[in-house]
Write a protein that binds this ligand. Structure first.
Ligand code: HC1
Ligand code: SF4
Length: 558
């Protein structure tokens, strides 16, 4: 066994990659801006310095632990050093904290409080005023709040393989920028919002669409309808006094009713329809041996990635509209028969859905099917604004005629969920034990790329499940090189929608709790397969008869 000494106490080294990890084990959480275990180590913020036995300072994030090492983590010198860094950052920072989108959700604010910053001794610098790029429909960047930690750059490059943003210029002129300083909307950005997840300040935040939603709710002439995505129900989190991973769908419904929405639906019904349509499309392609692998189409970040980087694969992308759009197309089509105007809101874990909602493919006579997308984060804000005591609410049920969903629709919220839902439909054995064997086929778990085979007739289906766009790039390269897959599910956000860019920040254990929560919700539903949902039959037979293609499909190749 090997030991190092932390603040005079021996601590065993058990293969940790850096001192930070060793410290976590003994309950010490040093401040960091630029450290995320999933990203490469940058070591730029210097907040996690520790003092070595010779009086030198080492960054705990980039120093591996060694046997016999002696460090101190909390000395007068270190505290002064950290305060100094914070003051320098604050001097270069737009300090409109009380009106900042990220107010109370900001690492800089937190650390300023933790280190007792009572004033900033340095003069304000050039970057200390707002400098916003509002061009993206998904996120807003404000260079005035950027502390140059580089987390967003590494996320966009290393995990998402998009490379929309990077460091530009040097020294005091350094900024994070798109190529040639273009607006983000004109860059390769796919709107996944993962940069905002890792941004420690308000420099990258989710675009806020709350105002038009309140306005519609207030308007007596307008009927407000709302759908709630699968992954939202397990991520409302501690801010509202519930555990991450707990399924609070019933409470969300109750809260939305109190807020004034007229009709409340579950996107999982849209997902049930997606399963039916996508399975049919998949089986047809298998039969005709064309345009394989089928690439899933419900994730808007992925669809944009394919459009921007790999248009040659667009013919493989399923023509199914996303569940959000299937649901919305049907609702808006229904509302055309009514004299009352409908304003339809989608509550999503995803920033990219804001872009999807604005796509011209998803409008009827110029009116978008989804009028506003609110992320889970925005929903939390509205709940707080309303003064609703969320944790105290008694659960309520969603509305008819779309008030029943299957477990297959709910599991869309985790990586592998779409695949599992489609497999439940594809296999002819409909027994309970078969559900279990499908669950263990290989699509579950958080790995960014999962590959497996499932027997189908006298052959095997070769399947890949991808989350995080870097892995999509990898698997597309293999397909381009001639490797065969039948079905590939892609979700842009690592872990799937439960870890979407619009969700409240989650630690690794929160993420696991959310996935577990989704699978638990599935197990507790009496209907586990989309085709067994009686409302699916009603929708096809009564509500969208003769309009299936028009309302449920889209062609991204055009
Ligand atoms: Fe998703 Fe989907 S699962 S894309 O991740 O297919 O956002 O939750 O609503 O549309 O159902 C997101 C989640 C969501 C769609 C569904
Ligand atoms: Fe990159 Fe996604 Fe951020 Fe766009 S939203 S800059 S693609 S990480």
């Amino acid at each position: 066994k090997q030991y190092m000494t932390v603040d005079g106490i021996p601590v065993e080294i058990e293969g940790e990659k850096n001192i930070l990890e060793v410290l976590h084990k003994v309950g010490i959480k040093l401040p960091t801006f630029c450290y995320h275990s999933d990203l490469s180590i940058y070591g730029a913020c210097r907040m996690c310095m520790v003092e070595n036995e010779w009086g030198g300072l080492d960054a705990a994030c980039s120093t591996p632990p060694k046997a016999g090492m002696k460090i101190k983590t909390n000395t007068e010198r270190l505290r002064r050093y950290r305060k100094n860094i914070l003051e320098l950052i604050l001097a270069n920072h737009c300090r409109d904290c009380t009106t900042c989108e990220n107010n109370s959700n900001c690492k800089l604010q937190d650390l300023a409080m933790r280190f007792n910053i009572e004033g900033v001794r340095f003069p304000n610098n050039a970057h200390s005023t707002k400098d916003e790029d509002p061009s993206s429909l998904c996120i807003t960047r404000d260079a005035g709040k950027c502390i140059l930690c580089g987390d967003c750059v590494r996320m966009c490059n290393e995990i998402q393989n998009v490379g929309a943003i990077d460091f530009a210029f040097r020294g005091s002129k350094m900024v994070i920028s798109t190529a040639f300083g273009k607006p983000l909307a004109e860059s390769p950005c796919v709107g996944c919002g993962q940069c905002s997840v890792v941004c420690p300040t308000g420099a990258i935040v989710v675009k806020n669409n709350i105002k038009p939603v309140w306005k519609a709710i207030e308007d007596p002439e307008v009927k407000t309808t709302v759908q709630i995505a699968p992954a939202v129900r397990v991520a409302l989190g501690r801010e509202l006094g519930v555990k991450d991973g707990e399924n609070v769908m019933g409470k969300i419904v109750a809260a939305l009713r109190r807020m004034g929405f007229d009709e409340i639906y579950d996107t999982a019904l849209g997902a049930d329809l997606t399963v039916i349509e996508e399975t049919e499309e998949f089986l047809a392609r298998l039969e005709e041996n064309r345009d394989l692998p089928l690439l899933t189409s419900c994730c808007p970040g992925w669809v944009q990635y394919c459009e921007k980087k790999h248009p040659e694969f667009l013919k493989n992308v399923s023509t199914c509209r996303s569940p959000m759009q299937m649901m919305a197309s049907i609702l808006k089509d229904q509302s055309a028969k009514s004299s009352r105007k409908m304003f339809h809101v989608a509550i999503m874990p995803c920033t990219g859905k804001k872009f999807e909602a604005a796509r011209e493919e998803f409008a009827q006579d110029g009116i978008p099917n989804v009028d506003a997308v609110l992320t889970t984060q925005e929903l939390i804000r509205m709940l707080k604004e309303s003064g609703i005591m969320f944790s105290e609410l008694e659960p309520e049920a969603i509305d008819m005629p779309f008030g029943m969903v299957s477990g297959a629709g709910v599991i869309f919220g985790v990586t592998g969920g779409v695949t599992e839902a489609v497999l439940r439909r594809v296999v002819s054995n409909k027994s309970r034990s078969e559900l279990l064997s499908i669950a263990n086929a290989g699509q579950r778990g958080t790995d960014g790329l999962k590959e497996f085979e499932v027997p189908y007739g006298d052959r095997a289906l070769r399947i890949a499940v991808v989350s995080g766009l870097r892995h999509a790039e990898e698997v597309l390269a293999r397909v381009a090189a001639g490797e065969h897959f039948d079905f590939i599910e892609v979700m842009a956000c690592p872990g799937g929608c439960v870890c979407g860019g619009g969700q409240p920040y989650a630690t690794v254990s929160d993420q696991q709790a959310r996935s577990k929560g989704i699978y638990k919700a599935d197990r507790l539903l009496s209907i586990r397969r989309s085709e067994e949902n009686p409302l699916v039959t009603t929708v096809y037979q009564d509500i969208i008869k003769g309009k299936v293609h028009e309302l449920l499909h889209v062609d991204y190749t055009q």
